[in-house]
Design a protein around this ligand. Structure first.
Ligand code: TXE
Length: 491
């Protein structure tokens, strides 16, 4: 029996008993068999979440109490960290050590939101009338659908679940069908921590089947989604019918600008990490290298040398530096993307094909790829590959670097390298992206907001704003000395 759906405080099989096998991207072996929800299961989960929210049980807990629950979840995640990391690396194919880093980030996320629970919420407003008290109160927003992707499965779900719990929302989690195991483990911990029945629910299955009700149903108040732009557009359209609140994180095409006066050695090393970490399957990957003409040859030559040496391998390959792509379909899409780039005039300098090593034959391994001679009108510069593919563009002036860096419909993140602090600050300020790194690329902290400008999304996760997404704000005006309004004549 496979009972991996969690609905109304009970672990259940799919109502028709259907299961789904999860395959390793490293060697296609079956790493898990999980329940695949039916439409009836989804509707049951929505009903359970709605009922628990409307009962007022969890919403009546104080922020502090809900923060303590979230802190307890963090403790349990610490206890089970390596077991969860193993599931995550099995599903994604990423190295076990990377999955361990991810779980550590998940724990920090829960700790961050737990601490926000202990803070003061709401405020008084001075309305200038002695006998009136005016209060702004923060209330849980309602029932949320929390839909996650496959690249950082547990982390992206954690960015949603932890604030939803502190806020007092009820929710249905739907991880990617490719990577369900860590969400199941998290839900077991949420249950063990003492979360009231019906508050947290877990649905598994493909978005096209189980996702529709999660984004259409009038009983859902908020959809928080991380994934592809096209799915984000579908969700936004569906949300319009019932004016659902939306939080969307839809990826990026992130500029990484290197000026000639930068610490070139550090810039090159960070450029390699930014583009090829997790084989480019990172929404904030620095896939667009934008380099000052005078240092182009030196920078690109060294990046190509370094990219050609990156060692690929599966979860337990100690020599590996990064892993496979998530699926065969994704491998095909990255392959087609690079072919199209070359047809458009990009110069392929390294990679550009699947790994032909015998030990990679059963996995979805694509070589780190550098495409030179690119410009903003090209498909490969405008569209995400979500694979290990770096495009290179050149610039001659600060203004041109900014213009190129902003010439994208996305706006998630960007980096700028220069030893001139004023210039770096000007560029950081002019770039229309949600996170900018100066002389660095990649770090983030749960205490700092994360999210996109333009088509990279709506709203912010993490920071204090990441909690606000799950709250309604109410103004309560209390007149302590009632009197007639006197507006209309009383004949
Ligand atoms: O994402 P999808 P995919 C980007 C990246 C990648 C592309 C497609 O460019 O190549 O998206 O990846 C669920 N209603 N990112 O196809 O389809 C789905 O089941 C409700 C960026 O995997 O957007 C999964 O749980 N849900 C990204 C989640 O949405 C639906 C990370 C994401 O799947 C649904 C991953 C529907 N109609 C991919 N259709 C990032 N921003 O980090 C799908 N889903």
């Amino acid at each position: 029996m496979v009972a991996t759906l969690y609905i109304d405080g009970r672990w259940r099989e799919a109502s028709d008993g259907r299961v789904h096998e999860v395959h390793s991207p490293h060697d296609q072996s079956v790493v898990a068999t999980v329940s695949q929800a039916t439409q009836a299961d989804v509707l049951n989960a929505i009903a359970a979440a709605r009922k628990s929210f409307d009962s007022g049980l969890f919403t009546s807990w104080s922020f502090k109490a809900r923060g303590e629950l979230v802190a307890k979840i963090a403790d349990l995640l610490e206890r089970d960290g390596d077991v969860i990391a193993r599931k995550e690396s099995d599903d994604t194919g990423k190295r076990f050590i990377e999955a361990q880093y991810d779980v550590a980030d998940v724990i920090s996320t829960f700790r961050h939101f737990a601490a926000l629970g202990a803070k003061e919420h709401g405020r008084s407003v001075d309305v200038g009338i002695a006998h009136v008290s005016s209060r702004i109160v923060h209330e849980p927003l309602g029932v949320a659908s929390l839909i996650g992707p496959w690249n950082y499965p547990l982390l992206q779900i954690a960015w949603k679940v932890a604030p939803a719990l502190v806020a007092g929302c009820s929710f249905i989690v739907k991880p990617s069908e490719l990577t369900p195991q860590s969400a199941i483990a998290l839900m077991k911990i949420i249950e063990e921590a003492g979360t009231p029945k019906g508050v947290a629910n877990l649905i598994l299955g493909p978005g096209s089947v189980v996702g529709t009700s999660l984004i259409n149903d009038p009983r859902i108040d908020l959809v928080s989604f991380t994934g592809g732009l096209t799915t984000g557009q579908t969700i936004m359209k569906a949300a319009a019918t019932t004016i659902k609140k939306l939080a969307l994180e839809l990826g990026g095409k992130n500029p990484h600008i290197i000026f000639a006066d930068a610490d070139i050695d550090a810039a090159i090393d960070n450029a390699v990490t930014a583009a090829f970490l997790h084989s480019g399957q990172v929404c904030s990957a620095g896939t667009r290298l934008i380099v000052e003409r005078s240092v182009h040859d030196r920078v690109v030559k060294e990046i190509v040398r370094r990219a050609g040496k990156i060692s690929l391998g599966g979860p337990d390959d100690k020599a590996a530096e990064t892993g496979p792509l998530i699926s065969q379909a994704h491998l095909k899409s990255v392959t087609a993307y690079v072919e199209k780039a070359v047809a458009e005039g990009a110069r392929l300098l390294v990679g550009g094909k699947r790994s032909d090593k015998p030990e990679h034959a059963q996995g979805w391994y694509y070589l780190p790829t550098v495409l030179d001679n690119c410009h903003t009108k090209m498909y490969c510069v405008q569209e995400e590959s979500f694979g290990p593919v770096m495009t290179v563009e050149v610039f001659d002036s600060e203004a041109q670097a900014i213009a190129i860096g902003n010439d994208t419909v996305f706006g998630l993140s960007g980096g700028v390298w220069s030893s001139d602090a004023d210039k770096a600050a000007r560029v950081a300020s002019a770039l229309r992206h949600g996170t900018i790194w100066v002389n660095d690329f990649g770090p983030y902290r749960p205490a700092a907001e994360w999210g996109g400008y333009k088509q990279s999304g709506i709203g912010r996760e993490l920071g204090e704003h990441g909690l606000s997404e799950y709250l309604e704000i109410k103004h309560i005006w209390t007149n302590n000395a009632p009197s007639r309004s006197g507006w209309f004549k009383d004949q």
